[in-house]
Design a protein around this ligand. Sequence first.
Ligand SMILES: Nc1ncnc2c1ncn2[C@@H]1O[C@H](COP(=O)(O)OP(=O)(O)OP(=O)(O)O)[C@@H](O)[C@H]1O
Ligand SMILES: [Mg+2]
Length: 255
Amino acid sequence: MLSEKELSILSIRNLNIWYGEKQILNSLSFEVQQKQVTAFIGPANCGKSTLVRCLNRLNDFIPNFRSTGEILFNGIHLGASTDTTALRKQIGMVFRKPIPFRCSIYENVAYGARISGINQSAHLDTVVEENLRKVGLWNEVENILDETPKQLSIGHQQLLCIARALAVEPEILIFDEPCGELDPIETVKIETLVRELKNDCTLIFATNKRRQAARVSDIAGFLYCGELIEFGATEKIFTNPQDNRTEQYVTGRLG
Ligand SMILES: Nc1ncnc2c1ncn2[C@@H]1O[C@H](COP(=O)(O)OP(=O)(O)OP(=O)(O)O)[C@@H](O)[C@H]1O
Ligand SMILES: [Mg+2]
């Protein structure tokens, strides 16, 4: 049987983050296990987005951003010399607001495949169909593939963005409040999809909806004022938390 370290795809060690003088994350250490859903929960502004954006180095563009500590992806240290274009193929991201590209529905998904080096049109057709099927969007769009995604509902635009991200075959897919703009029916679709995608890749999910984290995740981390208060099996975090603040948060008395 593999040990916890052998299964871990990301190792975060003593991570500190500042924007200017203000410290946002304080000495975070945890492991992300392969083919599991790891959720980060916590009140607004506790640092969830800042944390998940670090994992594919999206914060590097922010002028006053500074970090110390280590992030290891498959045992390799992510540092200033990391090829971020290659990294973002391996660690994809889905944001709160879906932003499809200004091209056709087909091209949105084909883009993902093309940057993975697939150019032959029959192969592209297969990848586009496979990924649209995977997210449950194929039946809705198979006759309008050449049209703009703007005509789709916000929920369908989010599914399209997920299909585009999957077409690159990422090892990790990060979701940052992916249901923040969606209605309850669309939210159920995304939550169900996240559970299914575990067969394909490792999922990281940031949300301030605690019940949503309980529904989708295997492992949960509670962030509060920039500290990782508790991290472990979701069931335990929600039913038998070890820290008083976690207990207050998951029962709705805090945040
Ligand atoms: N570019 C930035 N420059 C300065 N401060 C920032 C920047 N981005 C975020 N912050 C601050 O960092 C803190 C953490 O923000 P972050 O967006 O990570 O929180 P969050 O937990 O994702 O919140 P939410 O639940 O609202 O999405 C907040 O105080 C925020 O104001
Ligand atoms: Mg956020």
